[in-house]
Design a protein around this ligand. Structure first.
Ligand code: HEM
Length: 356
């Protein structure tokens, strides 16, 4: 099937099996009234319904996706803290509706965040199996929003790094390791309800069925990583490179005792047993943005994680990883964002209609 259903109780692009390509964009909103914000989101929703179904109108489209199928395009939208209030100003009368779980992320040890790669009133995650389809989708929303929104920053990603489909071969990240083995599978409803979807009891009511997205642009020091022995790399991750098996085990899917892994290994420190049972739905992509001024590859993992409450999930986990994870020596978080992704849209509705 080439088209992923747009409508439903949850937004597509979260529990959807991960597509091959990503175009992620953070937008700032330039309009000043709630009516204008609603009009923008209505026009974005109508365009998303058409594009995700593979319908592109030749008359008024930029054209580059005209001959391409839907390519499993999904568009997922999130609302950033600054949409609810910016510099103390309640721009759209939404300040009281801001979810407590959408609390600004704290500073983490070792991060070096570039403000030009962080934040944004709105986030759009476009995923598709064809990069041109994902790029066209973001470009189209930006074009529709001309004068009403501006792109604050964006990120292209390729090579999904976090599988959510255990039956398929697990993809590898740029460090050469299989990524996504311990992830929440897209069809594990119990785990999704427990760790990903906001429940009615969590509040606020408008977020029921939604999820919180944390994005981190994580640069990898690949030149340094490549100088390290395979044994050292495996001790850093806590799994073998070729097979992806937990150290001491044979197969990727072997059951294992995390306490038997090196104490500072990534898998041991990120494992639910080390984090009060919490998990994340990881949906990240590799990126390579050429090289930096010193000739080093500007590459890494564009980490995307969906969760029910970042205050209980990403934040404490990242705090632990930033201080004790042996992997920290080879990576640096350089971009960051947090958004509340509203529930899915019903036919005739629009993104955010439960809030606005
Ligand atoms: C597992 C790589 C950043 C959370 C893994 C695995 C690898 C990996 C290779 C083992 C396979 C798997 O289960 O998916 C990386 C790399 C990172 C990175 C290269 C940065 C460039 C992060 C961050 C978090 C995180 C920032 C969360 C704050 C997890 C979790 C698991 C995991 C929850 C599953 C552990 C388990 O239950 O077995 N990661 N990771 N990772 N990672 Fe990361």
């Amino acid at each position: 099937p080439q088209a992923v259903a747009f409508h439903g109780p949850h937004q597509a692009g979260i529990a959807t099996p991960v597509q091959d390509r990503l175009h992620f964009a953070a937008f700032d909103v330039a309009v000043s009234t709630r009516e204008e914000l609603v009009a923008l989101l209505v026009s974005w929703t109508r365009a998303a319904e058409a594009m995700t179904a593979g319908r592109v109108s030749a008359a008024d489209d930029s054209g580059e996706a005209l001959d391409l199928p839907a390519s499993r395009l999904t568009l997922t939208v999130g609302f950033g803290p600054t949409l609810f209030a910016r510099a103390g100003e309640d721009r759209f009368g939404l300040a009281a509706a801001r979810p407590p779980a959408l609390a600004d992320l704290p500073a983490f040890p070792g991060e070096k965040l570039d403000p030009a790669r962080g934040g944004g009133d709105l986030a759009v995650q476009a995923c598709a199996d064809d990069p041109q389809v994902a790029v066209h989708a973001v470009r189209t929303l930006a074009r529709i929003g001309l004068g009403r929104v501006s792109v604050r920053w964006s990120q292209l990603g390729y090579g999904k790094t976090s599988s959510t489909t255990p039956a398929e071969l697990t993809p590898r990240n740029l460090m050469g390791f299989k990524d996504g083995t311990g992830n929440i599978p897209y069809d594990d409803r119990a785990a999704l309800d427990e760790h990903v979807w906001v429940a009615a009891a969590d509040g606020p009511a408008w977020m029921t069925g939604g999820s919180y997205l944390v994005a981190r642009r994580i640069r990898m020091h690949l030149e340094a990583w490549d100088q390290v022995t395979r044994q050292d790399q495996e001790a850093t991750i806590g799994r073998t490179k070729t097979e992806g098996a937990p150290l001491g085990g044979k197969g990727e899917r072997d059951r294992f005792d995390p306490a038997a892994l090196p104490a500072d290994s990534h898998v041991r420190m990120a494992h639910p047993t080390a984090n009060g049972g919490v998990r994340l739905m990881r949906r990240g992509y590799s990126f390579v943005d050429g090289s930096d001024s010193q000739g080093r590859i500007d590459a890494g993992l564009f980490f995307l994680a969906y969760q029910r409450d970042p205050r209980r999930q990403f934040v404490p986990m990242q705090r632990r990883l930033a201080t004790g994870d042996r992997l920290s020596a080879y990576i640096r978080h350089v971009g960051s964002g947090l958004w509340a992704c509203p529930p899915g849209v019903s036919p005739g509705g629009y993104w955010g209609d439960t809030l606005l």
